[in-house]
Design a protein around this ligand. Structure first.
Ligand code: NAD
Length: 462
């Protein structure tokens, strides 16, 4: 990345924003439509790029990336006018006459820093929110998915207004250089460790941040659950993207009475999805790079493979692995796995399961399979997580109306749908006052009688 060029581009973006052209609904709409056009016209090229990065199938790329972003665009287009309307709020009687409202205003020039695991989705879904809210934006895709990073950069310059949007490619050094510049808002998706560095860099200019981080998402399976459907859905959610999903079930906690049957069914479903040799399946992706592969190859030793676990470093392939006999103190249970290893741990009571989940607090998502609504209520009230889904997985992030984000160590701030529009705007409190009445009562001097009258009015109407 050429630093001089970066600086000049940012100045252009800032001038565009100041000129006010991005504020109108027509401009926002035109840019959302242009982004949609990019996704449609380049669908095959996008799918090829993601495939070259880590062997993800075009079906998975459509379902989890381009199709979702397209849905976000259509959702925003249909509601933009309503979202942009100022929100009237009532005012107390003694402030009459006047009108008060909340106006959602764009921040200005925002920075979107993406991770590699959903390389398109993580950059462009926040961009939809940024455009809808009337911002200019810089997108920094992940260097670990270079083909997707290229196509994003090309797509933005070809389809969007280049005086308002830019993509900068590169790695850590380039991101650090970008962070030396002043932005009005930063949306970061990636690891906790880097999240802290982003926040530190943002604090220099008091820039607000939205952090989408990771965590260890538990999936609890009660003895009264429908085990066939639980097994099918867990296997699907875990091994999609080869386990490299921030909201994938990191580990399963199963009631002792259901353990054997759940493992048997999960093995069956696994074979149904990917065949007896997942390496030959066109639907099973690879690990993004050798560094992550080596980490996973080490972690896999912490369990007994009930299924899968074969590894091939050259092909960055790890067969989807279901692991039993994992100790709660093993390295596998200390940090987010972020790969196709599924530890299955056993519990005796729901209280015990809940206390195990607390060893890794604040996951991005928590899952529960049960047919008992009081068990569901108990888990919901006794735990904390960015999202929750019972009797299924991942779909809480696919519903445009549900804000998406973490809590505590898994991040803060929300986006998707209206939450995204709000995240990329600031709320301006606006009061329109009439000049009259203008009673002397509000102004000094405040004698004893005046003060006592004022106190009565404020207490009565305030
Ligand atoms: P990554 O290595 O691609 O890094 C993300 C971005 O940060 C990249 O653009 C990279 O250039 C930049 N970066 C890395 N180190 C930096 C530094 N020191 N200073 C400045 N910028 C730096 O991705 P990752 O961190 O490996 O991502 C995986 C993590 O992201 C997992 O923990 C996963 O759970 C999480 N994640 C969260 C979500 C979510 O929505 N909450 C979504 C996807 C991934």
């Amino acid at each position: 990345m050429d630093l001089q060029n970066m600086h000049e581009t940012l100045q252009t973006l800032r001038q565009t924003f100041r000129a006010g052209g991005t504020a109108g609904i027509e401009w926002r709409r035109s840019q959302l439509l242009a982004l949609g056009k990019f996704l449609h016209e380049q669908e095959r090229e996008i799918a090829d790029a993601v495939f070259r990065d880590f062997g993800k199938s075009s079906a998975e790329t459509f379902l989890t990336e381009s199709g979702f972003i397209d849905g976000e665009i259509r959702y925003a287009l249909g509601r933009l006018k309503k979202w942009m309307k100022p929100e009237r709020v009532p005012i107390p009687l003694y402030y009459y006459f006047g009108k008060a409202e909340v106006q959602r205003e764009p921040f200005g020039v925002v920075l979107i820093i993406g991770a590699w695991n959903y390389p398109l989705n993580i950059c462009l879904a926040p961009l939809v929110s940024a455009i809808a809210a009337g911002n200019c934006a810089v997108v920094k895709p992940s260097e670990h998915a270079p083909c997707t990073s290229n196509i994003i950069a090309e797509g933005l310059s070809r389809y969007l207004d280049s005086s308002a949007f830019a993509a900068f490619q590169g790695g850590v050094e380039e991101t650090k250089a970008l962070l030396q510049e002043r932005f009005d808002f930063i949306c970061y998706t990636g690891s906790r460790q880097t999240g802290k560095e982003i926040m530190l860099a943002a604090s220099r200019t008091l820039t607000p941040v939205l952090l989408e981080l990771g965590g260890k998402c538990p999936c609890i399976v009660e003895h009264d659950a429908n085990l066939r459907i639980a097994a099918r859905r867990i296997v699907w959610a875990k091994f999609l993207n080869a386990g490299q999903t921030c909201i994938a079930p990191d580990y399963v906690l199963v009631h002792r009475d259901a353990e054997k049957e759940l493992i048997r069914l999960m093995k069956e479903e696994l074979a149904r999805f990917y065949g007896n040799d997942p390496k030959a399946s066109p639907d099973y992706p690879r690990i993004i790079n050798e560094r992550l592969f080596d980490r996973l190859a080490e972690l896999i030793r912490d369990g007994i493979p009930e299924a899968g676990g074969d590894i091939d470093r050259e092909g960055r392939y790890i067969a989807p692995a279901i692991l039993s006999g994992v100790s709660i103190d093993a390295p596998l249970m200390q940090e987010e796995i972020f790969g196709p290893l599924l530890p299955v741990l056993v519990y005796n009571s729901l209280d015990e399961a809940i206390s195990i989940t607390r060893k890794n607090p604040d996951p991005l998502a928590l899952y529960l399979f049960t047919s008992n609504s009081s068990s569901r209520g108990k888990v919901l009230s006794a735990t904390r997580s960015g999202g929750f889904c019972s009797n299924d997985l991942l779909f809480q992030s696919a519903i445009h109306d549900l804000p998406f984000g973490g809590v505590g160590m898994s991040g803060f701030g929300r986006y998707h749908g209206k939450a995204g529009y709000e995240a990329f705007s600031y709320e301006r409190s606006v009061l329109y006052r009439s000049l009259y009445p203008d009673p002397r009562l509000r102004y000094p001097p405040y004698g004893r009688n005046k003060f006592s009258l004022l106190r009565r009015i404020v207490t009565l109407f305030g």
